[in-house]
Design a binder for this molecule. Structure first.
Ligand SMILES: Cc1ncc(COP(=O)(O)O)c(C=O)c1O
Length: 322
């Protein structure tokens, strides 16, 4: 039994349909208690501020967010007894604000993008609230280094990781997971994914895009650009089509950034295919009652890790699955 809901943070690593000779495996982060990968940095940033005696229960926290960090913070704030104000662009899905309010957070909507939300959070900080600063706070990538990355290493067992493919928002996920995996697999590739319409990592000017959580329109301080080998762009239409495919063909319901990352993982996959291309295209479906254990993923296949940040349920009102 867990002492509280925050102790249940963690997620499975699941093989998905992969090109021959390689295995794509996705961290299903919707399994976290707040339903996204951002539960990890949210808790880590609060705990770090507590350790540094900057905050204690009863204090007021504020954070600009595209939604998932706000939800993660709302879960941690409710569990630990903090007041939380979340500042979010009005363009993000209504499900996000409903969830934060359900956990007791105050939600302030701003016109514009995440930079506008940051400016408003700075103003609220001046009134005495503590801002956790997910774009700059090293506790964000460190949470992924210590938890997401570490979990992946345990979950892959003795298989070889050849690449990490991940979308970029604050950069916490790709930086933390990438740093930890590269300690064990120094030759692996790290591939960043960003919106085609807002491709600042590729050198374009900031633009408007419809992705939620990915593509902030600036290079976040928390993104370690040194560890990235390649940047790939994906259009919102292609990402959403991949979300529908994942739901209908693989039974996995995810949001746009996850669809985008999976699409890139499938595109680059053949480059990493093993010579012995007899790896299973898809793991056999498990049988509930069986005499021998469920057959596991082929251990000879190189593994590409990707991340599914949140559930498609958080996007229903956008018409993503219609
Ligand atoms: C849905 C979604 N995808 C991707 C990301 C990017 O993660 P990171 O901020 O760790 O780069 C986020 C971050 O908020 C997110 O909410």
């Amino acid at each position: 039994m867990d002492a509280n809901i925050l102790e249940t943070i963690g997620s499975p690593l699941v093989q998905v349909t992969s090109p021959p000779g390689v295995v794509i495996a996705a961290k299903i982060e919707s399994n976290n208690p707040g339903g996204s990968a951002k539960d990890r940095p949210a808790l880590a940033m609060i705990e770090q501020a507590e350790r540094q005696n900057q905050i204690s229960p009863g204090d007021s926290l504020v954070e600009p967010t595209s939604g998932n960090t706000g939800i993660g913070l709302a879960v941690a704030a409710a569990t630990k007894g903090y007041d939380l104000t979340v500042v979010m662009p009005a363009s993000q899905s209504p499900e996000r604000r409903q969830l934060m309010r359900a956990y007791g957070a105050d939600v302030e909507l701003v016109d514009g993008n995440i930079s506008d939300a940051k400016s408003r959070a700075d103003k609220l900080e001046e009134t005495g609230m503590t801002q956790l600063r997910q774009f700059e706070n090293p506790a964000n990538p460190r949470a992924h280094y210590l938890t997401t990355g570490e979990e992946v290493l345990t979950q892959v067992g003795n298989r070889s990781v050849v690449a990490l493919v991940a979308g970029v928002g604050t950069g916490g996920t790709i930086t933390g997971v990438g740093r930890r995996l590269r300690e064990e697999f120094p030759d692996m590739d790290i591939i960043a994914v960003e919106p085609e319409e807002n491709a600042v990592l590729s050198g374009d000017d900031p633009g408007d895009d419809a992705f939620q959580g990915m593509g902030p329109g600036f290079v976040s301080e928390n993104l370690d650009t040194e560890i990235i080998d390649t940047v790939k762009t994906v259009s919102i239409d292609d990402a959403e089509a991949e979300c529908r495919r994942l739901a209908r063909e693989e039974g996995i319901l995810v949001g746009q950034s996850s669809g985008a990352s999976n699409l890139v993982a499938r595109q680059v996959g053949p480059k990493y295919a093993s010579e012995a291309d007899d790896c299973a295209r898809r793991a056999p479906a498990p049988v509930i009652e069986r005499e021998s254990p469920t057959p596991s993923v082929d251990k000879r296949c190189p593994v590409i890790i990707t991340v599914y940040w949140d559930s498609g349920e958080r996007y229903m009102s956008t018409g993503l699955f219609e």
